[in-house]
Design a protein around this ligand. Structure first.
Ligand code: GLN
Ligand code: ZN
Length: 654
């Protein structure tokens, strides 16, 4: 769900498999943890990723022939599953859960058949156990539902009834008799208190379908995507706290619902929940009529800059007078220990505003000097005042709350602390203008204003569940639009609006892509449709998989886009090779900032040449893959030196 900003654009690592991959039973973690809990008197349900999802979520290793099908490995992985199951059985497990989240995706008949054959193959191994297949994150398609509910050896099915509300209709129309139904009614991915009365009535209707003794109350998915425990929140006020439920509270909600179903409803608990919900609904902190009206007026209309991109680029070039293959960076410069200390001490009021401002100014001036020495064409201020590209803006927008300890695992040991959007979003004051103006005053080169775009702010926050996501996004877009216009009025000629997370918000189901992309791209355009032709709008996107959304990227109508590219074997370029016409400025990253490795001038030059083979010389920009926040100066300086040398070398050859 969230990009870990610390690791910047990394997301998750998946197994890379090939026709000769050999599986063996290596880690016995599932069994040893089951035993450990059992020794403490707790009989747990061991959870394993199901064999079909494991394969479908893996990727073919590099160099593997195109005809290789991941599912061809099913026969060699199932024996390992059998071994694990046998060991769990021997340890005394009575239930086992296989997560098969791929079942909510658009699967073809061949993929669906793999589920049937995999579970038929496992049937004898799991006999005597209750087997739960858990699905989550979206509606399950009708065909997949049919396959799922007729799998052999399976005794229970779990569904996400929050993100998969339509699945309810499928369950109501037919559910196999004698099987358990795990009803995921409590949202496992967000932080809002459940509407217990509504969930109870859903559950009561499902009791009729599955039978009283076969209905199990559950969260919609695992609780790893939500914050841990509300008791750790000392800074949130009581009113907002009463609207929330983190993982620990969700477990209590599930329990209360199960008890209520069993005829032991805790009336006081349900009444307190209803009161909290009512207070959230009517709170003036949530609703801002003016914002609601402005956002509603945006729907259905188109917001585009009046002039087309090539005419705009001409107008901008007259003003900016940039060399061919302009060089720039993505925004952040290394975040040193000293910088973090300054921000921490300012927040804790240990240093005065004056001291803080002067420390940040000094840092900006250092970053400006470095870039001038490197001879970079379009500069950045380095983002030293920002802890995080979403939190920094959220803290200055109304409608946002922040937790002290609401950490969520993003990737490996990396965690993020997403803001909570609880109310209508507005921007009381300019957020970045002071710093951008300060930075611009230090140089005669263009200084990029640096903003986070509405879709990224939305996708990296806990979002309200009382209005559609797009409405919240439009509200954020209007707030960012004001900032863009203030930056322009302050004399900033180049403004970058990062949409690092646009791609990751793409729904799992293809049928929902168009709708999402439409409002997401529209929100981006809203932020900058009002600027003059001569103001150059940049955007930046992380993650390499753009090929399927390239037309939406073009439709964002930015003047320049910088894109992560170096880790994807220049996959991006293949789109252009295949004939997609791109007329705006584009900077596919020329080196990977995720690695401490310093790229040589030759290899960067080689990369640029490859790009020039498919892109017009006058639209190509030269820049790293992403922000430099996590790198050290000892890495950044030589890498950028080589980037500029490579660019200059190629300029002489054009
Ligand atoms: N402007 C941000 C930075 O440079 C962009 C980060 C990102 O794409 N994740 O750090
Ligand atoms: Zn990035």
């Amino acid at each position: 769900m969230f990009c870990c900003y610390l690791s910047l654009c990394s997301h998750f690592i998946v197994p890379e498999l090939g026709p000769r991959t050999k599986f063996s039973y290596a880690s016995h973690k599932a069994v040893s943890e089951y035993k450990e809990a059992k020794a403490l008197g707790i009989d747990t349900v061991p959870v394993l990723i199901g064999p079909v999802s494991y394969l479908l979520l893996s990727k073919p290793a590099k160099g593997v022939e195109k005809s290789f099908s991941l599912l061809s490995l099913l026969g060699s992985i199932l024996p390992i599953y059998k071994e694990v199951v046998a060991e769990l059985k021997a340890a005394g497990a009575s239930w086992i859960q296989f997560d098969e989240p791929t079942l909510v995706k658009d699967l073809d008949a061949h993929e669906l058949a793999a589920f049937s054959s995999a579970y038929a193959e496992l049937e004898s191994a799991v006999s005597g156990l209750n087997v739960l297949i858990e699905t989550y994150f979206a509606d399950i398609p009708a065909e997949s539902y049919k396959t799922l509910t007729s799998l052999s050896g399976v005794t229970a099915y779990g569904f996400d009834l929050i993100r998969g509300a339509k699945t309810l209709d499928l369950i109501r129309s037919s559910f196999p008799s004698g099987k358990y139904l795990f009803a995921g009614v409590v949202d496992g991915r967000n932080i809002w208190a459940d509407d217990l009365a509504a969930s109870l009535s859903t559950l009561q209707s499902l009791e009729v379908v599955a039978g009283k003794d076969k209905l199990v109350v559950s969260t919609s998915c695992s609780l790893m995507h939500t914050a841990v425990d509300l008791v750790n929140e000392t800074k949130l006020d009581d009113e907002i706290k009463s609207w929330l439920a983190f993982a620990a509270q969700k477990v209590v909600e599930v329990n209360a619902l199960a008890k209520a179903l069993a005829g032991q409803k805790d009336e006081a608990y349900f009444a307190a929940n209803a009161a909290a919900l009512a207070s959230r609904k009517s709170s003036p902190r949530v609703t801002n009529e003016e914002v609601q009206k402005a956002a509603a007026a945006l729907k259905g209309s188109d917001h585009r800059r009046a002039t087309n991109v090539s005419a705009r680029l001409d107008a901008q070039q007259k003003k900016l007078n940039l060399p061919i293959l302009p060089t720039t960076t993505i925004g952040s410069f290394p975040q040193t220990v000293e910088l973090r200390r300054v921000r921490r001490e300012y927040k804790a009021k240990k240093i005065s505003e004056e001291e803080y401002v002067s420390a940040i100014k000094e840092e900006i001036s250092k970053v400006v000097k470095i870039q001038e020495e490197l001879d970079i064409d379009v500069l950045v201020h380095g983002e030293p005042e920002r802890n995080d590209m979403v939190e920094y803006f959220g803290e200055q927008l109304s409608g946002f709350a922040f937790t002290a300890n609401g950490w969520v695992q993003s990737y490996g040991s990396r965690c993020v602390k997403p803001p909570i959007i609880y109310g209508d979003v507005s921007r009381p004051n300019p957020m970045t203008v002071f710093w951008s103006k300060t930075a611009q005053s230090m140089t005669s080169r263009p200084m990029k204003g640096m903003l986070t775009g509405p879709v990224t702010i939305l996708n990296w926050s806990f979002v309200r569940n009382d209005q559609p996501r797009f409405e919240t996004c439009y509200q954020i877009a209007l707030a960012i639009k004001k900032e863009v216009e203030d930056l322009e009025a302050a004399g900033i000629q180049v403004i970058q609006i990062d949409e690092a997370a646009l791609r990751e918000g793409l729904p799992l189901r293809k049928s929902e892509h168009a709708f999402y992309l439409d409002w997401a791209v529209h929100s981006f355009r809203i932020t900058n449709c009002g600027v003059q032709d001569t103001t150059q709008i940049h955007t930046h996107m992380c993650y390499s998989n753009f090929n399927d959304i390239i037309h939406s990227i073009i439709d964002m109508d930015a003047d320049v886009i910088t894109i992560e590219n170096s880790r994807s074997d220049e996959k991006l370029l293949s789109v252009f090779r295949e004939g997609v016409k791109y007329g705006a400025g584009i900077g596919p990253g020329v080196y990977d900032i995720h690695s401490p490795r310093i790229p040589t001038t030759e290899e960067i030059a080689d990369r640029i040449n490859k790009m020039l083979a498919v892109l017009d010389t006058n639209i190509l920009w030269v820049n790293p893959d992403c922000g430099l926040k996590t790198r050290k100066y000892t890495e950044v300086k030589p890498a950028l030196t080589n980037m500029v040398s490579a660019t200059k070398l190629i300029r002489t050859q054009l």
